[in-house]
Design a protein around this ligand. Sequence first.
Ligand code: PMP
Length: 371
Amino acid sequence: MFQPAKRCESIQLSEIRKMFDLNLEDAINLSLGEPDFDTPYHIREAVKIALDEGFTHYTPNKGILELREAISSKLDRENGVKADPESIIVTVGASEALHIALQAIVNRGDEVLIPDPGFLSYDPCVKLAEGRMVPVELQEENEFRMTAENVLDNITDKTKAIILNSPANPTGSVMKKEDIKGISEIAEDKGIFLISDEIYEKIIYEGKHHSPGKYTDNAITINGFSKTYAMTGFRIGYVAAKQEIIEEMIKIHQYNAACASSLSQIAGLEALNGPQNCVAEMLNEFRKRRDLVVKRLNEMGISLKKPKGAFYVFPKVQNSVKFVNESIKKGVIIVNGSGFGKCGENHFRISYATSYDKLVEAMNKLETIKI
Ligand code: PMP
């Protein structure tokens, strides 16, 4: 009988994918964090031209220089993060960036702090790097924001890294500048890495995004194009860090992906250098959807504040397993909060990255569930 490798045994397939794969006919699927918009036209056009010009070969492992230059100036201009093109790797989505960052810095038994509730790739990626995941319990009363105190409570002499995610999946919470700064100071002081997953950076309705890379050289900044430019299928992202860390990460990237897709790199370049009004238009649409979903859930007696970022709501109900099952029976696929960590129990996640009309229809169905 086939015996899987030990490292696979402790890894489960993602709850969200399982939900998404249910593919129930006529169901409204609010389980996946995927913008429903088409990739903006000018980005698709740039890819078509590159394809016709035969830009279909391997690129340098770190990615094409023009794109790394564009990322470098974006990070400097918008985030106050100094990273020259040699300190940047273009990756197969933010997903790969996360994976190679952990592979490059974590030794067996090292502890990595992750938000709980938090994005469900963090735990398996830490496990695959043979690290030990330490949940940082986030409080609903505190809008699920990670604070410097939360972090300090969980640091030991084995702590190697802390994963930050603001705006956050699954809660939509946005960290405060003082906490980002405070955690950066802790990281500097104790020689801990900060892996900052900034994939929802531009999907922010209130407040401002702050990058720890502005405050500490120990930051590993991860970002991508999936959410901001509706480019999930292109599988393109990037990571920026001190060059000595990047030179280790590139070893994993080289023997894993070799390089990100050439055409997707062209798409990323156009996304960064082209007009940005598409980003504002999508954000406006997300805001309308957020307001609708929050209002309707509140009217159902599910109390919830408006999240400040990303495109998720994460409300509490008495019995979320029952609620999710009832919801699926009514034809609305949502995800149980326990998949995002222990502190996600008795919550559920709705992704509102789907059309307004479908959301109205979904809310009409959810309204008929007896809570
Ligand atoms: N980080 C977070 C918090 C996410 O929600 C996602 C996508 N769901 C990713 C990273 C991965 O994004 P990508 O498509 O760039 O791999």
